[in-house]
Design a protein around this ligand. Structure first.
Ligand code: HEC
Length: 203
């Protein structure tokens, strides 16, 4: 292809104009990179010369509670009343809550404790330490608040689930645990007389 003289001339002039722009662009980009590494803000607990005490983070104002951190309901947040685990739920348990508890249990607990709660979960089958069964006399008699405490603070080698399971979901799991315990320790007497016939029919 043959280019006319005027075309070649305009090409070179574009190059002359573009080159300084390109150089400027490169400088701006590398300049920015520095800022991204060390942004003009304080990291948590970083030192600062701005305040007299040398701390960038401000101490809490005495007598105040940060938003979302008011936990005066001891039963709800610790499973205890006056420091002792209680065998009661801090809110009424509905069918929906039980269903939520089943879902959360199957996600967070069943990998070790197994879906029926006997401690034979898949992780245990792969060699991890076996947790106790929820169907032993001792754990069946343990108060609901005790389970809440174990989920919140962990127990022995089991770590805490407080940062993964919300307070309400922890109670939902405990409610479902109670249902699980019933399911594995029920007798024919627990079935209303009027419905026993159906059980026989199902078999
Ligand atoms: C990674 C495995 C694992 C997961 C997941 C797990 N646990 Fe455990 N759990 C254990 C082990 C192991 C023990 C026994 C710890 C020990 O005795 O040191 C245990 C013990 C327990 C106990 C018995 C405490 C006692 O008095 O003997 C309870 C209750 C319990 N877990 C509840 C739960 C609940 C509820 C969840 C789900 C939110 C859960 N665990 C999730 C491994 C797990």
């Amino acid at each position: 292809m043959i280019m006319r003289f005027t075309q070649i001339e305009s090409l070179t002039s574009i190059f002359h104009l573009r080159f300084p722009l390109l150089l400027l662009g490169l400088l701006v980009i590398t300049g920015c990179r520095q800022d991204m590494h060390d942004q003009p803000r304080y990291e948590p607990l970083e030192a600062s010369t701005f305040f007299k005490d040398g701390r960038a983070s401000r101490p809490q104002v005495p007598g105040t509670v940060a938003r979302g951190q008011l936990k005066i309901d001891e039963h709800l947040y610790s499973g205890k009343i006056a420091g002792k685990p209680v065998d009661a739920f801090p809110f009424p348990i509905t069918k929906d809550i039980l269903a939520c508890g089943q879902e959360r249990y199957n996600i967070f607990c069943a990998p070790c404790h197994a879906r029926i709660g006997d401690g034979s979960g898949m992780i245990v089958q792969r060699g991890m330490r076996q947790p106790p069964s929820f169907h032993t006399q001792r754990l069946r008699e343990a108060p609901a608040g005790y389970y809440f405490d174990v989920i919140t603070n962990g127990f022995g080698t089991m770590y805490s689930y407080a940062d993964r399971v919300t307070v309400n979901d922890r109670w939902a799991i405990v409610a479902y645990l109670r249902a699980l315990q019933l399911s594995q320790n029920a007798t024919i007497e627990d079935v209303p007389a009027s419905q026993r016939q159906q059980l026989g029919a199902a078999r």
